[in-house]
Design a protein around this ligand. Sequence first.
Ligand code: PRP
Ligand code: URA
Length: 209
Amino acid sequence: MAKVTVIDHPMIQHKLTIMRDKETSIAGFRRLLREIAHLMCYEVTRDLELEMIPVETPLQRMDAPTIKGKKLVFASILRAGNGLLDGMLDLVPAARVAHIGIYRDHETLQPVEYYFKAPSELENRLIIVVDPMLATANSSVAAVTKLKERGANNLRFLCLLAAPEGIRHFSEAHPDVPIFTAAIDSHLNEKGYIVPGLGDAGDRMYGTK
Ligand code: PRP
Ligand code: URA
């Protein structure tokens, strides 16, 4: 099983409750997702390794900590992943970005891939895959499979809401990829939506319903 971390910080939980409210505006939904991304980014990067580098302060030279290794890669599953991506980039502006265009067919719930663009060297970089919703996990499993085919070997998956069914599926497919989520909801309904959930994340972010 993949390791699952529920980030239950009160600020995240409070903001998530407002996002779930069907009366929350598009602008509010987008802003809250970006703010939650800041808080979740803090947790998902908590254990990054540091190394000491020399720096000249106005007073003297010292050795100070900096994040070790190659630049992070954030991989956004379009469309809704971009809502988390924006907030992550606020905190790590130098991160490299992969865009993975996948939507799920409404009838079959199978992933349909329509775009993929990623930095050429994915091996030995930390790649944080972001998508607010882990429902059946068909989309995220496909995205991670694609990244692994391109050499990725150090991945984490960050979402806002997960269904138990999705966690099970993702863990079986990619037991090496830890999952970070703000909440695990009850179940999926017959149309594959997370219950109680927050509805269709992409539609609520971009006003496309
Ligand atoms: C949503 C969501 C995930 C996917 C989750 O995207 O952003 O990518 O569904 O469902 P799954 O775990 O069952 O695959 P959607 O397919 O609605 O595409 P969109 O973001 O372009 O609207
Ligand atoms: N995708 C969403 O946007 N919401 C769900 O509840 C399930 C999949």
